[in-house]
Design a protein around this ligand. Structure first.
Ligand code: THU
Length: 139
C-alpha cells in the first residue's frame, strides 16, 4: 500500500471538515464531508445533499466524484471523510463503489481503524475491467 506523509492526511481532514460545514441535511441531521487527493495534486471535496424525496439524496462522495470530473478528471489516490463532529467516518457501500471507479484497488482510505487500500475496503470489486473483458470475449 502506498504511504502518504502526515501532512497529506491533515490536508484531507481539513478539507473534509470544511466541506462538512456545507452539508444540506434537513432530513437526517447527519452531515458528511469528504475529500480526496488526485494524482496531479489537486484536492476534490463533497458534502451530502439531501432531498424531500429521501431516496434521491446525494452522499458526500457523489459530490466528490462530480467535483473530480468537473475540475479536470484524474485518479483518486487518497481519501478521507468525516461526520459532523469532524471524526473519521467509513464510506457507505454504494460510495465505496463510486470511489472504486475513479481510484481502483490502490486508493488509500483513512478509515477509523487506520489507513486501508480499497482492495481491503471493497474486496473482489466489480469495476470497469469486467465490462471491457466481456466486450473482448464477445469479439
Ligand atoms: N452519507 C454520506 O454522505 N456518505 C456516506 O458514505 C455515508 C452516508 C450520508 C447520506 C445521508 O445524507 C446521511 O449521511 C445519513 O445517512
Amino acid at each position: 500500500m502506498r504511504e502518504f506523509p502526515a501532512e497529506v492526511w491533515a490536508r484531507l481532514q481539513d478539507a473534509a471538515r470544511d466541506a462538512v460545514t456545507r452539508a444540506y441535511v434537513p432530513y437526517s441531521g447527519y452531515p458528511v464531508g469528504a475529500a480526496a487527493l488526485v494524482d496531479d495534486g489537486r484536492v476534490v471535496t463533497g458534502c451530502n445533499v439531501e432531498n424531500a424525496s429521501y431516496g434521491v439524496g446525494l452522499c458526500a462522495e457523489c459530490g466528490l466524484v462530480s467535483d473530480l470530473a468537473r475540475s479536470g478528471g484524474g485518479r483518486l489516490v487518497a481519501f478521507a471523510c468525516v461526520d459532523g463532529a469532524g471524526e473519521k467516518l467509513v464510506p457507505c457501500g454504494r460510495c465505496r463503489q463510486l470511489l472504486y471507479e475513479f481510484g481502483g484497488p490502490d486508493l488509500v482510505l483513512a478509515m477509523p481503524s487506520g489507513h486501508l487500500p480499497m482492495s481491503a475496503v471493497l474486496p473482489e470489486a466489480f469495476g470497469p475491467d469486467h465490462l471491457t473483458d466481456y466486450e473482448q470475449r464477445r469479439k
